[in-house]
Design a binder for this molecule. Structure first.
Ligand code: TYD
Ligand code: ZN
Length: 432
């Protein structure tokens, strides 16, 4: 077995401890999705790690087979929650869902792990709740503090939970949006939740929903930061092992299909809703508990990886110009796995100032601002940020009116020229 510096090979399942793995998919050696490069420095030593997915036959957790050291991934982090109407609306929904279902009172404490620059917590603060963020990215914690959101610049653990409780009291809600899938030591986080929460407190996690990922062939959700791909069934196993229960679930379309899962102590006053059983039934019917659905996913991925380069290279051969729209982490999986480099993708346009002027990991495609992209005027955009398809295509009506086209990579590569067409293509895959 090769030892890879900076990474560790997974032995037992991080949810149930079993070691009977189905090998699902190998995407080869891939660089880190958020490790954007500075064009001024040399990139000869860019680290590559294996990107392989397994499925635990006991609890059906999908997991990467290598865990990259979190100190490498997160201490200085480039991902800033984008300024997007879709995300803003979703964050407001999260607050409303929690408040309607669990009826917190003004002054209750809400703690968020992976709180980024504090956008979600600010909305809770707006409802009169006290808020504390926990995020290991020191650069982002500084920004959050400057925005008035107290933030502990650490990974969430029993120790950080105890420290927060000592200085702020016990929490009514511990929230982790799109961070739980990034965490190797799930037991440590659940122990931390137990330490931090009031007896009827709620632990809510939002994760990319494995059902959506499989149904839409969204293999770009797979990158080294996403160690786990969860179903409600798998999360129930985890909750049970920590004397908790899933009491409610809510699906949403953010990040290409996510599920928000509310857990509470087994003895708490909260009862499970019918929605929980409904999703578990859906997962069962979809075949999540057998090998076949994972084999089919791998075949679908291979098909996308053949078709997409054919379309993109075809446009380039006919004299067209293709640029990437957005430089999301997931886009780097697509470009690297499909072998689409700067010979065919001229540049990527992205609204995040921290990414502009940098090069994409692996492919070294340059990232520029939307303003600069408009000046360069490509005729095709490869929609790497396809999870914002509707918002983006509406915003780019001028580009479309001028004859420009978007290439939607997921669920299967197709050219689209309106928001409606993109939404239809995306929804056609999810008949769930
Ligand atoms: P996102 O899908 O949020 O995340 P991930 O990195 O986890 O895959 O990333 C979206 C990226 O797309 C982000 O870098 C901002 C960029 N973006 C644009 O450039 N324009 C837009 O209109 C939107 C909505 C996003
Ligand atoms: Zn397992």
């Amino acid at each position: 077995m090769d030892v890879i510096p900076g990474a560790r090979e997974v032995a037992g399942c991080r949810v149930c401890g079993a070691t009977d793995w189905q090998e699902v998919l190998s995407l080869g050696l891939v660089p880190l999705a958020n490790r954007f490069l500075d064009p001024a420095s040399s990139h000869g030593d860019e680290p590559y790690f294996p990107l392989r997915v397994l499925s635990c036959r006991a609890c059906r957790l999908m997991s990467l087979d290598h865990v990259v050291d979190p100190e490498i991934l997160y201490r200085d982090y480039l991902y800033i929650t984008p300024e997007s109407e879709t995300i803003r609306r979703h964050m407001r929904n999260v607050v409303d869902l929690f408040c309607e279902r669990f009826g917190p009172e003004a002054g209750d404490l809400v703690v968020e792990m992976g709180s980024n620059i504090g956008g979600q917590l600010r909305l809770f603060a707006g409802k009169g709740m006290r808020v504390v963020g926990v995020d290991p990215a020191r650069n982002l914690a500084d920004v959050a503090e400057a925005n008035g959101i107290p933030t502990v610049p650490e990974f969430f653990s029993v120790d950080t939970a105890a420290a927060v409780r000592d200085s702020h009291g016990a929490a009514k809600l511990l929230l982790g949006r799109h961070v739980f899938a990034h965490i190797d030591d799930l037991a440590g986080v659940l122990d931390g939740a137990e330490r931090l929460l009031v007896p009827d407190g709620v632990f809510a996690v939002e994760v990319p929903y494995v059902l959506d990922m499989l149904a839409t062939t969204a293999f770009d959700t797979i990158y080294h930061e996403h160690l786990s791909y969860f179903s409600v069934g798998t999360l129930s196993v985890l909750a049970e092992r920590h004397r908790m229960r899933i009491v409610d679930v809510a699906r949403s379309s953010v990040h290409g299909g996510s599920v928000l899962v509310f857990m509470a102590r087994r003895g708490s006053k909260w009862r499970s809703t019918a929605a929980v059983e409904r999703l578990r039934g859906l997962e069962h019917d979809f075949g999540l508990y057998g090998d076949r659905v994972y084999r089919r996913f791998a075949e679908d991925v291979m098909r996308v990886c053949e078709e997409l380069p054919r379309i993109v290279r075809g446009i380039a051969t006919e004299g067209g110009t293709v640029a990437g729209y957005g430089a999301p982490a997931k886009g780097n999986t697509i470009l690297n796995v499909c072998g689409l480099g700067r010979d065919v993708v001229a540049f990527c346009s992205d609204t995040t100032p921290l990414k502009q002027g940098k090069l994409l990991p692996g492919t070294h495609v340059p990232v520029c601002s939307p303003q600069e992209a408009r000046l360069r005027g490509p005729d095709h955009y490869l929609l790497l940020a396809w999870n914002y398809a509707e918002e983006i295509l509406r915003k780019e009506s001028g580009f479309l009116a001028g004859g420009g086209r978007f290439i939607l990579p997921i669920p299967r590569p197709v050219l689209v020229d309106s928001a409606e067409e993109a939404v239809e293509a995306l929804q056609s895959a999810v008949q769930l």
